[in-house]
Design a protein. Structure first.
Length: 303
């Protein structure tokens, strides 16, 4: 919004109604609304995009609808209100990872690259023609939190460029045969199955940061895994005392570089940051100091 406001006249900001939040369940404005108020822009917050909403938008005589993570379907009647149509920012290289969680999906899939797509809105979700794409190379340590920051920064510039040149851009139709789809992430998606490989669990830890966190159980309680990585070197000799490839989830040792060493279905995962429910994040050394006989115990057992 800041990037577009710097170059264009924003006639209104369409965002969701204020929602109750916190223990007091007080109505809170979204960050989108807060910034619109700061910039002095008119705000529309309909519960649904019906006839009243269409009348309000039509009265503004808008040229272009620009959408980022609105979360609602725009019907054909609504889309006809914009002289130059509607465009959408999607944080993946469409047609790969259509749907609501493309950033986490790219990390979970182990993709070597992802990106940003500016596309025309279509009645089928994320299926419209592509106006512009930006490729973002991926390493092996991105999280959904850090990648979201990159997408927000780069996406703002890309969106401003597309709006600046909207009448001169050649559109490219997506190949539906290459489409993959994502779904909404749930809290249950974060539950770690230690039979997976160390690489797969590492991706879970990164994909589910900041929410819902990769989670396991330990001695009857829940434990969040905030930072981890596969151990890519020979294990210290002490770890072999507890190593048991047939026992995924077993803590096979402690290492000064890798942290808490946990056996997986294939390879060992080094866990370096953890969090108990309602507690502050803990460095692995602090966690180890507070737990007796950690080596040989098991993550992921019954509650």
């Amino acid at each position: 919004m800041r990037a577009l406001h710097a170059e264009h006249a924003i006639c209104a900001v369409l965002t969701s109604p204020d929602r109750p939040a916190g223990r007091g369940r007080e109505l809170l404005a979204s960050p989108v609304k807060s910034l619109a108020l700061e910039l002095g822009l008119p705000i529309l917050q309909p519960d649904r995009l019906g006839s009243e909403s269409r009348e309000a938008v039509a009265a503004l005589s808008p040229d272009l609808l620009v959408v980022v993570a609105y979360g609602h379907i725009f019907g054909p009647k609504f889309l006809t209100l914009f002289a130059k149509g509607a465009i959408n920012l999607h944080p993946s290289l469409l047609p790969r990872h259509r749907g609501p969680s493309p950033i986490a999906a790219a990390i979970l899939a182990g993709d070597r690259e992802t990106g940003i797509t500016i596309q025309r809105l279509a009645l089928e979700v994320d299926a419209g023609p592509v106006l512009k794409q930006l490729v973002i190379p991926l390493g092996e340590r991105e999280t959904t939190a850090t990648l979201s920051e990159t997408v927000a920064r780069e996406g703002a510039a890309l969106l401003a460029e597309v709006c600046r040149n909207i009448d001169r851009i050649t559109e490219t139709v997506q190949d539906p045969g290459l489409a993959t789809y994502t779904r909404l992430i749930t809290k249950e998606d974060g539950i770690v199955d230690w039979r997976l490989s160390a690489e797969e669990i590492d991706r879970m830890v990164r994909a589910f940061t900041p929410w819902p966190h990769a989670r396991t159980t330990f001695r009857g309680g829940e434990l969040h895994l905030l930072e981890a990585s596969p151990v890519g070197r020979v294990l210290p000799a002490a770890a072999s005392l507890h190593a048991a490839p047939e026992s995924p989830g077993r803590v096979v040792g402690i290492d000064t570089q890798e942290g808490i060493l946990v056996q997986t279905g294939s390879g060992v995962l080094g866990v370096r940051m953890l969090q108990l429910p309602s507690k502050k994040p803990l460095h692995w050394k602090d966690f180890v100091n507070g737990v007796r006989d950690l080596a040989g115990s098991t993550f992921g057992g019954p509650r």
